[in-house]
Write a protein of this length. Sequence first.
Length: 227
Amino acid sequence: MSRPTRRTHRQAEAEANDRALLEAAREVVAVDGVHASVATIAARAGVGIGSLYRRYRTKEELFQRLVVIGLDRWLAAAEAGLAHDDPWDGLAHYVLAGIDIGQGSLGAIAGTIEITDEITEKNRRCDEAVDALISRAHTAGVLRPDVTRTDLHLLIEQLGKSPMIDQLRRQGRTDLIDTARHARARINAIALDGLRAGAPHQLPGGPPDAALLSGRWERPAGTPQPS
C-alpha cells in the first residue's frame, strides 16, 4: 500500500514543480522576452535546471506550453463573457480579464517559436468566441460599430502593461502599489467607456487587418529556435 502513496507524492511534487516553472517562465518572459534564461526561470521557480529539462526538452517547448496555457485562459475569459446575460457586461468581463492575463507578456516571443496544431486550434476557438462576444454587443447596440476584434485585442494588449507598477516594484516602493493599481483601474474604466456606442467621433482610418496580430507569430524562414 505504501508504493502507490509514494508514487502519488512524486506525481504531486512534479505537478507543483511544473506549475512553479510555468509561472516563473511567464514572469521572466514578460521582462526578458525571448532572451529569458532557462537558468533564471528554474531559479525563480525554486527547482533545479535538470527538473526543467526533464519536463521540457527545449526552451521552445516551454514557450509553446506557455502559449497553450495562455490561450486556455483567453478562451475561458471569452466563454465567461458569453455566459453573461447582458452583452455589455460580457464584453467588459472579457476585456478586464484579458488585461489581468496580460496579453503583451507573451508578445515578446512572437515569431520565435513554431506554431503547433494545438496552438492553431485553440487560437481559432478563441477567435470564434470573441467574435461572438463582439457580434452580440454590436447587435445590442452597446458597442461602437467601428470596433473590430483586432481593435479590441490591441487595446487589451496596451492596457495589459503597467510601466508605473513595474517601476514601483523595481524600486521596492510597495507603499505605492495599491495607489497605482487604483489609478490603473480608473484608466481601464475610461478605456471601456471609449468602446461604448454613441462615441462622438469615428475611429481614424480603416479597421486594422487581423494579420497585424496573427502575422507576427509566423516564424520567418531561417529564424533559429529560442536557445
